[in-house]
Design a protein around this ligand. Structure first.
Ligand SMILES: NC(=O)CC(=O)C(=O)O
Length: 310
C-alpha cells in the first residue's frame, strides 16, 4: 500500500459523483469520447447538488467487459509508483484522456478501470484503475487483486484469469478531504482489503465495479453495506449502465453507503450520474456510538492489517 508511513488527512465534507456510464461499445474512441463528455457533465451540470470534488467512472469503461475483449483493448500505461510519470506522454490513450479531463475540470478523478498490458511483459494483462488529481497527475493505480472467476451453473460463468493476471498490491491515495482506498469489483468480496484500507486510515473505499443480473440482486448492496459496517467507513461502487444488447449485463445501481451502513444514494439501471455528500460527522458519531474500532481483541486474534507485505 503506497503512502504507508504518512498520517491520514482528516476527513472533511466533500461531494462524490458516480458516473453510471452507458453506451460502452466496441469502438474505443467512441467510448473515451463519451466518458469524457460524462465527466464534463458530472462536474459542470450538477444542478442543485454541490460541485463534486471527486468523480468516479465504472469498471472497464473503455471496452466491452469480457475476457476475450481484454487483449484487444489493453493499453500500456507505463506508471510505476514513486517514479516520475507524465500522463500526457503515456502510450495509453485512456490515461491521456483521463488526465486531461481531470486537469481541465480541476477535479479528482477515479478513472474506473481499463484492461492494461504490462509494460515489460507483453503476455500479462491486468484490470487496472488509475487516479488523477486536479492538476491531471496520475497519483495512484490499483490492479484488481482478486480475479472474477465464478461458475454458477445455468446462470453465469466468468473466468477473468483466462486472460488477466491479478495485482499484488493494495492501494490508497490522499486528497485534501480524505484518504481513499481502492478496490475493483470482485475485490469487494474479500473483507481483508477494505479492513486493511480502513486500518491504514482510509475513511472511504471506492470500487469501480460491474456485478451482473445474478450476483447484483443478491450481493451488490449487501457487500457494500457489510464493508461499510465492518469498518465504519464510507463505501462506494460505480457500475456501468445496464445494456441488454451487450455480452455482459451489468447490474447498475451505483451506490454510496455511509459508515453506519445506510445507503446514501443509489442509481437505477440506465445511464445516470448520482451525487453524495460525504459528511465527516457520520463517521465520528458511528465510531463513538458503536466503538468497535477500539474494542478489537488483537490479543485473541491477529490484526490482518499488520501482516500486509508491501
Ligand atoms: N465483475 C466482478 O468482478 C465481480 C462480480 O460481478 C461479482 O462478484 O458478482
Amino acid at each position: 500500500m503506497s503512502g504507508l508511513a504518512k498520517a491520514a488527512p482528516a476527513l472533511k465534507p466533500f461531494t462524490l459523483a458516480l458516473i453510471q456510464l452507458g453506451n460502452i461499445g466496441a469502438n474505443k474512441t467512441d467510448n473515451l469520447k463519451h466518458a469524457r463528455e460524462m465527466i464534463h457533465k458530472a462536474v459542470t451540470n450538477h444542478g442543485e447538488k454541490k460541485r463534486p470534488d471527486l468523480v468516479v467512472l465504472p469498471e472497464c469503461f473503455n471496452s466491452p467487459y469480457g475476457v476475450n475483449h481484454f487483449p484487444q483493448y489493453a493499453e500500456k500505461i507505463g506508471y510505476t509508483p514513486g517514479q516520475p510519470f507524465e500522463p500526457e506522454s503515456s502510450e495509453s490513450e485512456s490515461v491521456r484522456m483521463l488526465s486531461a479531463a481531470a486537469k481541465e475540470l480541476k477535479t479528482w478523478l477515479i478513472g474506473g478501470s481499463i484492461p492494461e498490458r504490462d509494460t515489460t511483459d507483453d503476455s500479462k494483462l491486468y484490470n487496472t484503475c488509475t487516479v488523477y488529481n486536479p492538476q491531471g497527475d496520475l497519483v495512484a493505480m490499483h490492479r484488481k487483486v482478486h480475479l472474477f472467476d465464478i461458475d454458477i451453473p445455468g446462470k453465469i460463468t466468468f473466468k477473468e484469469s483466462e486472460t488477466l493476471t491479478g495485482g499484488t498490491t493494495l492501494n490508497f491515495f490522499d486528497t485534501e478531504f480524505a484518504r481513499i482506498g481502492l478496490g475493483i469489483c470482485y475485490d469487494v468480496r474479500f473483507p481483508e482489503l477494505a479492513m486493511i484500507a480502513a486500518r491504514r486510515g482510509c475513511q472511504v473505499v471506492v470500487y469501480p465495479g460491474a456485478f451482473n443480473l445474478t450476483t447484483g440482486p443478491l450481493h451488490w448492496e449487501l457487500l457494500q453495506r457489510s464493508r461499510a459496517n465492518d469498518n465504519q467507513v464510507f463505501v462506494s461502487m460505480c457500475s456501468p449502465a445496464r445494456d441488454m444488447s451487450a455480452g455482459y449485463h451489468a447490474w447498475g445501481h451505483s451506490m454510496v453507503v455511509d459508515p453506519i451502513g445506510k445507503v446514501l444514494v443509489e442509481a437505477g439501471e440506465g445511464e445516470e450520474i448520482v451525487y453524495a455528500d460525504i459528511d465527516a460527522q457520520t463517521m465520528v458519531e458511528t465510531r463513538k456510538g458503536i466503538p468497535v474500532t477500539t474494542q478489537r481483541r488483537f490479543d485473541v486474534y491477529a490484526d490482518v492489517s499488520a501482516e500486509v507485505l508491501y
